[in-house]
Write a protein that binds this ligand. Sequence first.
Ligand SMILES: [Zn+2]
Length: 166
Amino acid sequence: MSTKWRVYCTTHGYQFVWSDTEPIECPIDSNDTINSNRNVIILKENFWKEISISTKSITSSQYVRIHIFYHISNATLRRVSVSSFMQGSTIQSYDIQIYNKTQDQIILTKNLTNTGDYTVTDVGMVSQTPDFGDEVEFNAKINQNVPTGNSVNFNAFFLYIEGLDR
Ligand SMILES: [Zn+2]
């Protein structure tokens, strides 16, 4: 149960419910109706946040930016996973780099070797959570020159967040 909701019950007024999904009934009496238009998330903690991106294919042996985000949150970014794979038979491995551009600080690097199709891989824990508003880049490079028809493809990042997301 990672999400705390405030709901409005016609009998009992405002109530608080911990639930991973949007509540549909009153926590005191399940026969009561709640006004779902008034459901509000008031707290999220220790959850994975998915950042879907349009499919990005890279062929470069220098770091290329896959995505950029702003850490508009007081929550702690703890770890990162990525959905990606190597395509073609020539590539040996590729590197993911999470770079806090605002602080000029590399907070995570990992070498990956998965092939075939999109797989979500744990990149690991960041060395330092971004501050509120920091600009953070997801970069990647392939550790060799890449022949035509080979690439590394990305379609999502996942952020493990601890604490209040607001
Ligand atoms: Zn009620």
